[in-house]
Write a protein that binds this ligand. Structure first.
Ligand code: SF4
Length: 168
C-alpha cells in the first residue's frame, strides 16, 4: 500500500472522490492487470470492469452523474478499501501522459491538496512518492500496464517519471 497524503478524516468529509460526470470518465479507476485478476478471484462480477480495464461506473443514486461500482454512497466510503486499486491509493496524485512524457501530477480539485500545496508536508510527500514511483519495480509495473498512464486535465505537474519503454 502507498503511504497516504490525505488523512482519512479529510476524505470522509469530502464529496468529490469516486464520483464521475460521465460513464466513460478518465477519472474512473483503471486497473493493473494483476488487480483485474485479483478482483475476479474475489468473485467480483466481470461486468464491473469494462474493456479498458476500468471499474465501470454506475448511475449515482443520490443525483446526477455516476459513481464507482464499489462506492458506498450512504457512508461516503469504499467497499474494497483494504484492497482498493493502485490508482485509488495514488489519488490525489495521478500518472499523466503528456507529449510522450510520463509525469506525476496532482489533482487541483482536491480540497486538501488546495489547502496544503505550499506546505513542507506536501513537498516531502511528493518527494517520497516520486522516489517510490521511480524505483525499478514500480517502473516495471507502469511498463506492463500502459493503460493506467492517461491524460488528465486540471492537474499540476509534480515531477517527470522515467519513461517506460512502451512510450519511447
Ligand atoms: S475503488 Fe474505492 S476508492 Fe477507488 S474509486 Fe471505487 S470506491 Fe473510490
Amino acid at each position: 500500500m502507498i503511504k497516504q497524503f490525505v488523512p482519512e478524516e479529510a476524505c470522509l468529509k469530502c464529496q468529490g472522490c469516486c464520483r464521475f460526470k460521465d460513464v466513460d470518465s478518465v477519472w474512473s479507476p483503471c486497473l493493473l492487470e494483476e488487480e483485474v485478476l485479483d478482483l475476479m478471484d474475489k468473485s467480483i462480477p466481470p461486468a464491473f470492469i469494462n474493456m479498458q480495464r476500468k471499474i465501470r461506473p454506475i448511475p449515482n443514486p443520490k443525483g446526477d452523474g455516476f459513481i464507482c461500482a464499489f462506492f458506498e454512497a450512504k457512508l461516503n466510503t469504499c467497499k474494497i478499501y483494504s484492497f482498493r486499486p493502485f490508482e485509488c491509493q495514488l489519488y490525489p496524485f495521478l500518472i499523466n501522459l503528456r507529449d510522450k512524457k510520463v509525469v506525476l501530477t496532482v489533482d487541483l480539485n482536491c480540497p486538501y491538496v488546495k489547502e496544503k500545496i505550499n506546505t513542507i508536508n506536501f513537498k516531502e510527500y511528493a518527494e517520497y512518492l516520486s522516489a517510490y514511483l521511480n524505483t525499478p519495480a514500480q517502473l516495471e509495473i507502469l511498463k506492463d500496464n500502459p493503460q493506467i498512464i492517461q491524460a488528465y486535465e486540471d492537474v499540476m505537474d509534480v515531477v517527470e517519471l522515467q519513461l517506460p519503454d512502451a512510450f519511447k
